[in-house]
Write a protein that binds this ligand. Structure first.
Ligand code: HEC
Ligand code: HEC
Length: 347
């Protein structure tokens, strides 16, 4: 593996902060860390530069129950920091009035590097993604105009929107921009693996972790590619179809038969803490995931051709040591700094 020296590029969007004395508007630029080992950023930060005030507003909104119909379900209810912002202990997440959704909550990290969101890519811009959970009957069950009215009646939010946006308006555009500013700051790039790759602090991988990295590159990196561990494509990895849910994945969007049971290749960062796994949370351990790949997927008619083995079954043949080493490697992707970073915590 090529070792690279530390070079953290920073994006400073304003040369100085702007202050509007009348409505309290302040634009104190915040640095978005662009890790050197990451592929190109996708979010256009020029259209929605991150400021201290916008970030703080976005954080308040992320932890705000008022975004839901019963004032109790915030984004953070399903996206808990200690578990890389997933819904801990839930195969399928549940929202207002106990309604159970039909997918496993995804982590929120490195969102600025994605062009499409959700397991099937149903959201094509980070700024619009929150509309889906807010208005979903099973998640937050609310309508946008109600959310905006609740925020308008709150003196705290009048002040926060005034500080964060030049026009100071409490409207859905500004609310969504603030949420994106918060999420764009949520960069997870300081795992043991990252420090090893960037040659920082003399961090080394153990022998089994190095073997795992090599085995991962041979068997997994064609899909879980780059240092984001996803190539952003939609694939069918041979999971049997859950008859209760019959989730057709990306097919639901365009009804293209070619998309049947395809789901976005997920990033594997912080995978140690984001269990249960897969779009419906069917596996609770990494051992179970690796045994699924090894024992072979179900031929549901559209399995990724790269998984076809010589014996005609679909899967990835792995010895016990290969499985064990890959898990040891995957555990080096846990970024404790991110999971405990106070900037993203509620209190
Ligand atoms: C009731 C649980 C629940 C709530 C509340 C919720 N989410 Fe989610 N979130 C999910 C689930 C489940 C998914 C995956 C959905 C899918 O693929 O259909 C998801 C996906 C996402 C994604 C896409 C991640 C990716 O990698 O593509 C983002 C971003 C996100 N949520 C942000 C938010 C924000 C912001 C809020 C608050 C406005 C919120 N969520 C509220 C459960 C929830
Ligand atoms: C052909 C592409 C492909 C290959 C090769 C592949 N995966 Fe996956 N992987 C996927 C897809 C697609 C999903 C999501 C499937 C779903 O939920 O429907 C996934 C899901 C996972 C998950 C669950 C992630 C989560 O957030 O729930 C883990 C863990 C995983 N893969 C590890 C591996 C490992 C380890 C290897 C190598 C042994 C591997 N994968 C090889 C495409 C692939």
């Amino acid at each position: 593996m090529k070792k690279v020296t530390l070079l953290v590029l920073s994006l400073c969007v304003f040369s100085c902060s702007k202050t509007d004395e009348i409505n309290g508007y302040q634009a104190t630029p915040l640095e978005v860390v662009i890790p050197e080992n990451f592929p190109q950023i996708q979010y256009n930060l020029d259209n929605n530069p991150v400021t201290q005030e916008g970030f703080e507003l976005g954080k308040l909104l992320f932890y705000e129950g008022k975004l839901s119909s019963n004032d109790a379900i915030s984004c953070a209810f399903c996206h808990e920091q200690a578990f890389a912002f997933t819904h801990h202990g839930h195969t399928l997440s549940h929202g207002v009035n106990g309604g159970v959704g039909f997918r496993n909550a995804q982590p929120i990290q490195n969102m600025a590097y994605q062009m499409e969101f959700m397991w099937d890519g149903a959201a094509s811009h980070l700024d619009f993604q929150p509309i889906i959970p807010i208005t979903s009957e099973l998640e937050m069950g609310e309508i946008l105009s109600n959310v905006i009215n609740k925020l308008k009646n709150d003196a705290g939010y009048q002040y926060q929107f005034g500080r964060a946006f030049e026009n100071g308006e409490i409207n859905s555009e500004n609310m969504l921009k603030a949420l994106s500013q918060f999420m764009n700051m949520m960069v997870s790039s300081n795992s043991k693996y990252d420090k090893y790759v960037r040659g920082e602090d003399n961090v080394q991988l153990s022998n089994i972790e190095l073997d795992g990295l090599a085995n991962f590159e041979t068997n997994c990196a064609s899909c879980h590619a780059t240092d984001l561990f996803t190539d952003h494509t939609y694939r069918n990895n041979g999971l049997s179809v859950n008859p209760m849910l019959d989730d057709k994945g990306r097919y639901n969007l365009f009804e293209n038969p070619d998309d049947l049971y395809k789901f976005r290749v997920p990033s594997l960062r912080n995978i140690e803490v984001t269990y249960p796994y897969m779009h419906d949370g069917r596996f609770s351990t990494l051992e179970a995931v690796l045994e699924f790949y090894n024992s072979g997927g179900t031929d549901n008619g559209n399995v990724d051709p790269s998984l076809l083995r010589e014996n005609g079954t679909y899967g990835i043949t792995l010895s016990n040591y290969e499985k064990e080493s890959i898990i040891a490697f995957l555990n080096t992707l846990t970024d404790h700094e991110f999971l405990q970073d106070d900037r993203f915590s509620e209190f």
